[in-house]
Design a protein around this ligand. Structure first.
Ligand code: 3HC
Length: 316
């Protein structure tokens, strides 16, 4: 690199630092450090993959939803998740990677998706509990991302968060209805809560001391809070909701700590977490196999769309 090039890069880097320090948005046309771009691609791709894989556990119940109303709500929610995946892949494309490449990485297990979607949906109460806890955790984690320093990601998150709020409410309303039902329905809600509570806490990522990316992502304004801060916020928000619902959260260490003005809670099983994110969760193999099959069987649609686009270029 020549002295002039080096000076040019120093100026560009100072411009980037200024944008971040002033809490303004970095846009695709702006210069950005390679590591900032790589971190965004990693996080946005993982987020997009999570939305797409996340359609599977709930999709499992569309045909078995107990009424037309519940079926319509669930269908709309699963379709929203597909939309979220698409906004996020589009945001990643502004960083110079394309969706095809990211999808290949997902189906070859070279990129991650959220741990939570590797757990099975065993009863219909899981649909309500996913809305309440999983979408509740997603909202906690994602509302601060509306202020992410990268413009296209931040703007995609605004719409996603509005839709996630609807998802959370439909889940809670479904559980409220079941809790007014028979003893068997109430027991089903409690049992689903017991299974989803700890995996929901794991969604926020490893404890801060074991999170290699948080410090730098916060310095760049990609993440606005640490994993533990958001996990705590989620616990504090969820405890009164559980009380209103009439279910018990399965943590004997959960109690209000007046000194900290927050709840104390038990340690999630981080060995399980590590196993799930390295492919050893109960449904990892099934989720990826299904995604791979869907990608392969959709090849003709992509080919037809590409052929049509090419024809339009020749004869607009
Ligand atoms: N599942 C899978 N992998 C996880 C994870 C989780 N719950 N939490 C952390 N990881 C991975 C990280 O990706 C990272 O792996 P890598 O370095 O190999 O890429 C490693 O564990 C270390 O974690 P860090 O805390 O250092 O990683 P991050 O700084 O990226 O923080 C995060 C992790 C908090 C999940 C952050 O990436 C984030 O906020 N992502 C955006 C939100 C997102 O992806 N949510 C997924 C759920 S989507 C959803 O809920 C849809 C809704 O419809 C329900």
């Amino acid at each position: 690199m020549t002295t002039t090039e080096r000076r040019g890069e120093t100026e560009l880097s100072a411009g980037f630092e200024e944008i971040v320090a002033a809490d303004q948005r970095v846009e695709p046309r702006d210069w950005m450090p390679d590591a900032y771009r790589a971190t965004l691609v990693r996080q946005i791709a993982q987020h997009a993959h999570s939305e797409i894989i996340g359609m599977q556990p709930e999709g499992n119940w569309i045909l078995r939803a107990p009424s037309l109303r519940r079926k319509a709500i669930l269908l709309a929610k699963v379709q929203d998740e597909a939309g979220h995946g698409l906004y996020l892949y589009a945001a990643a494309e502004t960083l110079g990677v394309d969706r095809e490449e990211l999808t290949e990485k997902l189906i070859e297990s070279r990129q991650k998706y959220s741990s939570i979607f590797n757990y099975p949906t065993l009863t219909y109460a899981d649909i309500g509990v996913i809305g309440w806890l999983v979408d509740g955790a997603a909202i906690c984690n994602q509302v601060p991302l509306c202020r992410c320093s990268y413009g296209p990601y931040a703007r995609a998150m605004i719409r996603i968060c509005k839709e996630e709020s609807f998802h959370q409410r439909q889940g809670y309303e479904l559980l409220m209805t079941m809790m007014r039902g028979t003893d068997a329905q109430k027991a089903m809600v409690q049992e689903a809560t017991n299974r989803w509570w700890w995996p929901s806490l794991m969604m926020f990522g490893p404890p801060d001391a074991d999170s290699p990316n948080t410090r730098q992502s916060m310095a760049w304004g990609i993440k606005r809070h640490t994993n533990d801060e958001l996990r705590q916020r989620f616990v504090d928000m969820t405890v009164p909701q559980a009380e209103a619902l009439g279910v018990t959260l399965p943590d004997p260490e959960l109690r209000w700590n007046a000194e900290r003005d927050a709840h104390d809670y038990g340690e999630p099983d981080w060995v399980e977490f590590k196993s799930v994110i390295s492919g050893g969760g109960p449904c990892n193999t099934q989720r990826l196999a299904r995604r791979r099959r869907a990608h392969e069987s959709g090849a003709w649609v992509r080919e037809a769309a590409a052929a049509y686009a090419a024809k339009q270029e020749v004869h607009p």
